[in-house]
Design a protein around this ligand. Sequence first.
Ligand SMILES: Cc1cc2nc3c(=O)[nH]c(=O)nc-3n(C[C@H](O)[C@H](O)[C@H](O)COP(=O)(O)OP(=O)(O)OC[C@H]3O[C@@H](n4cnc5c(N)ncnc54)[C@H](O)[C@@H]3O)c2cc1C
Length: 324
Amino acid sequence: MTHALAFIEISASGEIRNTAAMLIAAAAQLGTPVAVVVAAPGTGDAVTAQLGALGAAQVYLAETDTAGSLLVAPQLAALEAASAALQPSAIVLAHSIDGREIAGRLAVRLRTGLLVDVVDVRSEAGNVIATHSVFGGGYTVEATVPGGGPAIVTVRQGAIEARADATTATLTTEAVIVDAASAAVIDAVHDAVVATDRPELRGAARVVSGGRGLGSQANFALVEQLADALGAAVGASRAAVDAGYVPQTSQVGQTGITVSPQLYIALGISGAIQHRAGMQTAKTIVAINKDADAPIFDIADFGIVGDVFTVVPQLIEALGTRAE
Ligand SMILES: Cc1cc2nc3c(=O)[nH]c(=O)nc-3n(C[C@H](O)[C@H](O)[C@H](O)COP(=O)(O)OP(=O)(O)OC[C@H]3O[C@@H](n4cnc5c(N)ncnc54)[C@H](O)[C@@H]3O)c2cc1C
């Protein structure tokens, strides 16, 4: 069986990002899963056991002093070295900002093909077959990389539900040399994410989103209350963002964040194609809208025609009763 590499992103505080389990599972669908991690010398061993528990058969730990000081160059060098050593059939990364940047550059360096924003992967007769949800979720297409090079795949966060079986990972540690002269240097890091106890929108298992139907920033608290009752992330339509109810970082859709949660609840959102493009691959969609003809009901698994200010408080109360 060939290897498939899963590139694991590590946060500034040294924690494995929540996409790791999905990426290892995706790699396991394509070969023997190898987690590739970049860390400063002596700091990466702690993650080996965690990645084994997520199903990585092997951890390829690339050690470099430049892990946090050069922009994506160390990660690229690590994946290039791991690819040369292991000759994988595929290299999977998160469809995150860093993942996309690294994947594009890696495809050029390895002179191979790139499959982006993939919602599922499988191996067929030795080829990597990627599934994409395109045109706002209206079509599902499959694509492959012919020609033998490893397929570089970015996976939509939250899209793959499968999880690999826990194992004890073997550890391979390599020193990676990065040419700092040709890399962009990180001068300072500013955390743009607003501190919150809620799950991160990208990759959240549950999302509650609000639209223009909420009517005001004060009323948007209703969306947050339902999200908190469900342990969900908060999202919004662009109209809600443009109206100033929430920051742009909450926008779901074509020009916002793409989510693929288990549960997506749309409150006072009409369901424009640009909004659907960012949430249509959610496993279960619930819509509450007072207009029975709103397009969101065309894709909803469960729909309530009603006023959010009447329905949502009852929903929160019912959830509270269940929790007791
Ligand atoms: C290039 C481009 C990119 C775009 N990108 C995005 C994007 O990334 N994300 C995005 O969301 N949009 C995007 N848009 C905008 C998109 O076309 C829609 O305008 C937007 O999604 C509408 O937001 P909305 O559903 O909140 O508002 P509306 O379309 O105004 O819908 C509000 C809904 O709330 C319902 N409602 C009102 N009051 C209540 C109530 N009390 N109870 C229940 N229901 C109520 C109404 O019946 C209505 O259906 C983009 C547009 C363009 C042109």
